[in-house]
Design a protein around this ligand. Structure first.
Ligand SMILES: [Zn+2]
Length: 147
């Protein structure tokens, strides 16, 4: 297995799906749906190839886990489209700025989902990573990023 596959966010297959699904008339909501479909597809790809999610470590208690549930964000999709040659640098800048404005005015998370008004009960598909240790409030970070 080539090193870095665990860290790989966009597999070539995902970029293929993204490219064929993307259209200029797509709404941000549609792109958000596409991103969550692609996130599931990524899990399938990892499973079928025996690639474990990247190791993450909790900065508070040091617990390590491989429960990577972070999804593919709207921004990362925009950058992937640039990398795939669908966007020019100018397109990317334009859409990125557009997204930031839309995200801010609609109170959306990086995945295009509405941020719940009531904090605490984030069972609504929010991709916040929580520490595996019971009672630990830590939010683990990827620990293999600087390899
Ligand atoms: Zn912890």
């Amino acid at each position: 297995m080539p090193s870095g596959d665990a860290q790989r966010v966009w597999f070539p297959e995902l970029i293929g799906t993204l490219k064929s699904s993307w259209s200029e008339s797509m709404t941000w909501g549609e792109l958000a749906d596409l991103c969550s479909r692609l996130t599931e597809e990524r899990e399938e790809l990892r499973r079928s190839r025996g690639i474990r999610p990247p190791l993450i470590r909790c900065p508070k208690c040091g617990a390590e886990s491989r429960s990577d549930i972070s999804g593919l964000s709207i921004r990362s999709a925009l950058f992937a489209l640039r990398k795939a040659g669908v966007f020019t640098e100018a397109d990317l800048k334009h859409h990125d700025l557009d997204w930031k404005k839309y995200q801010a005015s609609h109170h959306l998370d990086p995945y295009g989902k509405k941020i719940p008004a009531s904090r605490g009960a984030d069972r609504s598909g929010s991709a916040k990573l929580r520490c595996i240790e019971v009672g630990c409030p830590g939010v683990p970070a990827r620990s293999e990023a600087h390899k």
